[in-house]
Ligand binder design. Structure first.
Ligand SMILES: Cc1cc2nc3c(=O)[nH]c(=O)nc-3n(C[C@H](O)[C@H](O)[C@H](O)COP(=O)(O)OP(=O)(O)OC[C@H]3O[C@@H](n4cnc5c(N)ncnc54)[C@H](O)[C@@H]3O)c2cc1C
Length: 400
């Protein structure tokens, strides 16, 4: 229920921001009509906090009308209106996971795309399993903005009532999903590492207590059930080209005044590795066992010869051997390269969760009981300081 209290001063600020034209000014007071979806856009802009939304308690709500699995489509941020944006890989990973969930529920898999310019995105989204694409095209969607994107998302959810929504645990997804969750008054599980269906509900699993236990989370009393998943956690399925999803074009009435944050300048940090580590095919990682920053540098040469990127454990980062942007693991980046080489890393659970999805793991550690060997396909018990130079020399010879 939405209510306007006596505090309303009749300033009309709420009228243009309502995406549904649901507010009229009557006798210098805001009055909501039946088009109101409780999206909360007016609450955000009211300067005197005169508008309040009261939501029904979860347990007493009828949730049977909520159907379908949605995936929020994330586009690359170019900051340049003329440069076409690409769909980020995490979207395809989530669609692949979402397909499995939707099949199990016997419901539709839908992609939600907000953009200023459609670049024929539906084809690609269909190839990764989307049955339907909700497409909102509007000039105000030229770059990600919390207020604008969350308002559109909330209005779509209110209109179509999905049962599940998945977002990438990226800078954008981590900003958008909590805003949507708090506006809709629903739960959100961050950084899920596994998703399944249990008794018709979304079973959301994520590490808890520093990664020492896995928590299984269900949200039986609210809809949509929402989760974020980091890039590289879900395996991306093979695309099936030629599948055409149904494209549902949605209109959005977006007013500039909704945008409370303005981007004045955009500076791209040119640390190439920071960008590359999550997409690298080969990662050569080092831990505390590399002992010094100089010895750690040997990994750079080896990685260059293999055409890879250097990764590091948190201990190595804390010791200053490598920048934080190279850290692999729970509080670093989750990676899934074709080849992961680990030197002097013990294999703490917080490291393992960030690299166990790698296709082939080769570990070098002088302790035969190091837990890293539990996930490694090939293990070498030995001294990294002897093995790294030998490998480097051998590769150099091969390249000659
Ligand atoms: C909330 C939380 C989040 C965390 N997030 C992360 C994270 O994102 N990433 C991460 O990595 N850690 C993370 N950690 C830290 C994690 O628990 C470990 O402390 C860390 O991974 C240990 O790094 P390491 O394996 O390099 O060091 P150590 O555990 O000290 O292991 C060093 C290893 O090197 C071996 N060794 C020593 N000398 C040699 C040699 N000459 N040749 C070969 N092997 C040698 C030793 O046998 C040992 O196994 C987190 C911890 C917490 C509590």
């Amino acid at each position: 229920m939405i209510e306007v209290s006596k505090k309303c001063i009749g300033c009309s600020k709420c009228v243009p921001v309502c995406p549904f034209a649901a507010i009229n000014m009557i006798d210098r007071k805001a009055v909501m009509n039946e088009a109101c979806t409780l999206c909360g856009a007016c609450v955000q802009v009211c300067p005197v906090q005169a508008i309040t939304i009261t939501r029904e308690e979860g347990a007493s709500r009828d949730l049977s009308g909520y159907k379908g699995v949605w995936v929020y489509v994330e586009l690359s941020e170019t900051g340049d209106k003329t440069h076409p944006k690409k769909i980020k890989q995490v979207t395809f990973e989530l669609l692949s996971a979402g397909r499995r969930l939707a099949d199990e529920l016997g419901e539709e898999l839908c992609a939600v795309l907000m953009t200023d310019k459609d670049q024929n995105y539906a084809k690609e989204l269909g190839a990764y399993g989307a049955d339907k694409v909700y497409m909102v095209e509007h000039d105000e969607l030229f770059e990600y903005n919390t207020d604008i994107f969350s308002t559109v998302m909330v209005s779509l959810v209110t209109r179509h009532k999905p049962s599940v929504i998945l977002y990438g645990a990226t800078i954008q997804g981590r900003d958008l999903a909590p805003r949507v969750a708090s506006t809709l008054y629903v739960g959100l599980t961050a950084d899920c590492t596994a998703l399944a269906i249990k008794d018709g509900l979304l079973l959301q699993s994520r590490p808890a207590f520093g990664g020492n236990i896995m928590a299984d989370i269900l949200a039986p009393n609210s809809r949509p059930q929402m989760a974020t998943v980091r890039p590289n956690v879900m395996k991306m399925g093979e695309p099936v080209h030629g599948r055409s999803p149904l494209v549902v074009r949605e209109s959005a009435k977006l007013d500039r005044s909704l945008r409370r944050v303005k981007v004045l300048e955009r500076k791209i940090a040119h640390d190439a590795a920071a960008v590359k580590i999550e997409n690298a095919n080969i990662i050569v990682s080092g831990g505390r066992g590399m002992k010094t920053k100089d010895k750690f540098k040997q990994l750079e040469e080896l990685s260059k010869l293999l055409g890879g990127v250097v990764g590091a454990s948190r201990a190595a980062v804390d010791l200053g051997f490598k920048e934080k942007t190279h850290q692999v693991g729970q509080s670093g980046t989750t990676v899934s390269p074709k080849l992961y080489l680990s030197f002097g890393i013990s294999g703490a659970v917080q490291h393992i969760v960030g690299m166990k999805a790698s296709d082939v793991i080769i570990a070098v550690n002088k302790d035969p009981n190091a837990p890293i060997f539990n996930v490694a396909k090939y293990g070498i018990v030995g001294d990294a300081h002897e093995i790294v130079p030998k490998l480097t020399e051998a590769l150099k010879k091969l390249k000659k």
